[in-house]
Design a protein around this ligand. Sequence first.
Ligand SMILES: Cc1cc2nc3c(=O)[nH]c(=O)nc-3n(C[C@H](O)[C@H](O)[C@H](O)COP(=O)(O)O)c2cc1C
Length: 348
Amino acid sequence: MNHLLDPVQLNNWKLQSKVVMAPMTRSFADNETGIVGKDVVEYYRRRAANGIGLIITEGINPSLRGKGTFGVPGLYTDKQIKAWQKVTDAVHLEGGTIVAQLWHVGRLTHHELTGGYAPQAPSKIKADGLVHRLRKPYESPEQMSFHDIQSVINQYSLAARNAKAAGFDGVEIHGAHGYLIDQFNTNVTNKREDKYGGDLYQRLTFMKEILHAVAKEVGPQNTIIRFSEIKDDLPTFKWDNPEITIKAFIQVFKEIGLKTIHPSTNNFKEVITNEMTLHQLVRKYWDDTIIGVGNLDVDTANNALKEGTIDLAAFGRPILANPDFVQRIKKNKKLTSYNSKNLLKKLY
Ligand SMILES: Cc1cc2nc3c(=O)[nH]c(=O)nc-3n(C[C@H](O)[C@H](O)[C@H](O)COP(=O)(O)O)c2cc1C
């Protein structure tokens, strides 16, 4: 029996398989309106029809100010909600399950992408590097006031309500990879002296309040959190103490009553502390559902499922390159390898 392909009941979701489509920004929404079109409907529909258990969408902005590259969709206008409804309807007709990933990039953007506003961040610390596709240096962000923080939490809450209205089965909060929530969580980007800064547990306050607000809208069992050590703009960043960090994160997730968490790494097999990988370390403290990810192959995913390290396995680039990923695994057919130059140009 191939565990990866087994159907599974997860809370109130009936998943066709344990294969998860990892969230992947594709930039095919209308750049001005953040509305997705028929091509996006077909892109997700095909993957649901093929047997993917859980689809996590590309990052979707809860507000224009959270946008970090071209063509990112939103969930803050009626037209955006209506357009997403077509996606969720198509996925559901194929027996799929789909959650919306909510993504605010914080300081990792530029006023040319955010309707003229300066990037927002926990502290006024500029990121090094160039804005994705715009290829201009990151700008110095505005330090968020207490009022700004409450507004952004409200935007997440509203986007979660909109996700429900659009027919999504739940929401994933993008708390990973160096974006806004992760900027609050991390010592090098958060130097605040109010309740949103300070020691590790204090720095997690912003994430906790967002999770609380979102879980209130869609239910804690339908709220997934993605978190990571890796940061898109800080390639050498490491947690001071991975075990203490994971314990603090998990304490927050338990306080909110989450059921499913999505620790993110680019290398599932990498040992990060005391001979444990990220997912093994998380499993030490978390009994509920864990989504594995990070350059997984089918054998590694099946072994990790069998060992009980993870409950679901997410694949990013292989599913981008193979809309028929599940069928290929079923039939033991070779997978098309990922080539960003060709594959990112179109949706198929
Ligand atoms: C084209 C592309 C876009 C991505 N966009 C996102 C995103 O919007 N949100 C996110 O959390 N991760 C994003 N990721 C990271 C993936 O979700 C995944 O963690 C990563 O690709 C590792 O999985 P893989 O080795 O199976 O590809 C993206 C990755 C790729 C290749």
